[in-house]
Design a protein around this ligand. Structure first.
Ligand code: GAL
Length: 639
């Protein structure tokens, strides 16, 4: 694994660029990402290109032996372009224009914006595509950040109608697939279909999920346009996009299909405070982040990137965008970098080199203070660099395949979000609950898309495979290990329609049962079945198979047929952990129970152990008993 940093030469006097580059090299950084927000400096006026300053910046980095990851600047169209073509802007759900003045102010469906995106990427790629320092490109920046996947603009409407007409042979076929006879929603032609907003009450879920899939496809095609230009003018370079944490608003797999590497932006403390609903958890992990937050995404994006993935933005201190922005525990920056390494990252790059004294991110930490003096993380980066060097080649072997594959499906996730059938039904949260349960058992996990080869795994878990897929059923019939099917699996088709055979659709050829009813429940109403506590969601199952346990009111709980298990309820964390531990043991997967903050993970022949806290833990290592304080880790060679 290499170390990198995000750098904005356009923010600093040119006289400082050389010393910045020298200090980066001294601290152990080898890759620098730059350029993704500087369009107004590349093209201050239409067609008036100013590339020389970026040439000079890249040459300076190159002279220090640093490699460059160049970002295409399309997340920030300049003001003149917005003034010339206001219709490149997106429209929000209320029909209001999302204006200029921050970033990501564009609509993926705008034809004019697509032309300008291709033009600026081509110009940039022609300038820098064969520069020896440029080893990789980042397309745009964080697709979807600030809720920007969906736009309800006239351009989106035009493109959505076209997309619908490509999905169906006739409008009758669409009406039938979407069940538009319900509430007289039938259309007589594709041009009658509107974007799904501003209706009186709930819109047809088929319409909404179709719009989600369309919006997602717009991201993939926008990205693919940049990719084909970069491939042409910058051959041999890695192409990457930086995805986000806890973000499911588009299907990442088709975007990744055209790229070489999956990047992701890791802000463990920001995510904890922004996204974690559990107040105690926000306190317990205040300065370390939740022990499974970054690892879940590492394991997810390793799957998205088909093995190759980078942390392209790593939190180096307090951020500026969460409800509260604590400083990390001393040592955490080093810990997060080594954790990324243990999960198989090729690169860990810190955001940002130097804290900016002004503008929106004035309060966001950098490796340097605004005045250029080293900040608290600077020394930790040096230490990580030394530690990686001491590992020799071990840090470059790929991550060891895990015993368990957790299937994660973005469309299935969106389907559940379209009709959650309970305010507390959180499909992403449920997937992460399964992940947490596995990791508390000390087990490594590969998070994979549906369709990836399953040979070699001992267990496969369906987390949010909501949409019936006969291909996956066939794959699972051929799979020899344990299959754990989660609730709501295969409960609909892609048009939000229940299978004729009821849920779990085609999976009934794997396990003979059907779901004849379901209920959602408030958190305060748990339901017990033997030693387990279910909550939030429970299904009534009809089957000749005897359930493994009964709920108090006689509903069955947990069905098994050979190595196939159907879990017909969501379980609370403790119960889920015990349930998963039983399945792992039956599958002869080694279970190593972990205290709340302790996690094991193996890369190559190195076994890592991390303790995120909140207390010190004593572990057994080959050299005997060892104490790990919160924020500490250790590793040893496995034979
Ligand atoms: C990311 C973004 C960066 C920066 C960072 C601050 O979402 O890609 O440009 O804003 O957050 O934490």
């Amino acid at each position: 694994m290499q170390l990198g940093v995000c750098y904005y030469p356009e923010h600093w006097p040119e006289t400082e660029w050389s010393s910045d580059a020298a200090r980066m090299r001294e601290v152990g950084i080898s890759k620098v990402r730059l350029g993704e927000f500087a369009w107004s400096r590349y093209e201050p006026n239409p067609g008036d290109y100013h590339w020389n300053w970026l040439h000079r910046a890249i040459d300076i980095l190159h002279a220090e032996g640093l490699e460059v990851i160049l970002g295409t600047p399309t997340a920030c169209p300049p003001k003149w372009l917005v003034d010339q073509h206001p219709d490149i802007l997106a429209t929000d759900e209320q029909g209001m224009t999302r204006g200029f003045g921050s970033r990501r102010h564009y609509c993926f469906s705008s034809e004019i914006y697509r032309q300008h995106s291709k033009r600026i990427v081509r110009e940039m790629a022609q300038q820098f595509g064969d520069h020896p320092a440029v080893v990789a490109w980042q397309t745009d920046n964080e697709y979807g950040c600030h809720s920007t996947i969906v736009s309800y603009s006239a351009e989106a409407q035009r493109a959505f109608r076209l997309w619908c007409s490509e999905q169906f042979d006739s409008i009758e076929a669409l009406n039938s697939a979407w069940n538009n006879i319900f509430w007289s929603m039938e259309y007589s032609n594709f041009d009658a279909i509107d974007v799904p907003n501003l209706a009186v009450t709930e819109l047809n879920p088929a319409h909404r999920l179709a719009f989600w899939r369309f919006s997602s496809a717009q991201v993939a095609s926008f990205n693919a346009e940049q990719v084909s230009i970069l491939r042409k003018h910058s051959p041999g370079r890695d192409l990457m996009h930086n995805y986000m944490g806890n973000f499911c608003e588009f299907d990442h797999y088709p975007v990744a299909d055209t790229l070489d590497v999956a990047g992701w932006d890791s802000y463990p403390l920001g995510f904890l405070d922004r996204d974690n609903e559990n107040a105690q958890s926000r306190i317990d992990w205040l300065r370390t982040g939740h022990p499974d937050c970054a690892p879940f995404h590492h394991d997810l994006y390793r799957g998205v990137g088909q093995g190759r993935w980078w942390v392209i933005e790593q939190q180096p201190g307090a951020v500026n965008w969460a409800p509260h922005n604590p400083a990390p525990l001393a040592g955490m920056v080093k810990y997060w970098a080594m954790e990324a390494l243990a999960h198989g990252a090729e690169l860990c790059s810190f955001f940002r080199w130097r804290q900016h004294p002004a503008a929106q991110e004035r309060h966001h930490t950098g490796l340097l203070l605004p005045n250029g003096e080293p900040g608290p993380a600077f020394q930790e980066v040096k230490e990580v660099a030394a530690e990686i060097a001491s590992l020799g080649g071990v840090a470059s072997v790929p991550k060891t395949p895990a015993p368990v594959a957790l299937l994660f499906d973005y469309v299935g996730n969106a389907a559940l979000e379209t009709q959650p059938q309970g305010v507390n039904y959180d499909p992403q949260g449920w997937t992460q609950a399964l992940y947490r349960a596995l990791r508390r058992c000390g087990v490594d996990v590969d998070v994979l898309p549906i369709g990836r080869a399953l040979e070699g795994y001992q267990m496969v878990i369906l987390a949010n495979a909501t949409v019936d897929s006969p291909e996956l059923t066939q794959q699972l019939i051929n799979f020899e290990g344990t299959v754990l099917i989660g609730p709501r699996s295969f409960s609909q088709n892609v048009h939000c329609c229940t299978p004729d055979t009821l849920a779990p659709g085609s999976l009934q050829s794997l396990i003979s049962l059907r779901v004849i009813g379901a209920e959602s429940l408030p958190d305060a109403v748990p339901m017990a079945a033997a030693e387990y506590t279910a909550w939030r969601w429970r299904e009534r199952v009809q089957s000749a198979i005897k359930p493994e346990a009964l709920f108090e009111d006689g509903w069955g709980f947990h069905y098994r047929q050979g190595k196939v298990h159907y879990l017909n309820a969501q379980l609370q964390d403790d119960s889920l952990r015990r349930f998963v531990a039983h399945r792992l043991k039956e599958a002869e997967i080694v279970v190593r129970p972990c205290s709340p903050g302790l996690r094991y993970t193996q890369r190559g022949s190195l076994q890592y152990v991390f303790n995120a806290g909140p207390a010190s833990v004593s572990i057994e290592s080959p050299s005997g008993e060892q104490d790990l304080a919160p924020g500490e880790y250790c590793h040893w060679q496995v034979v």
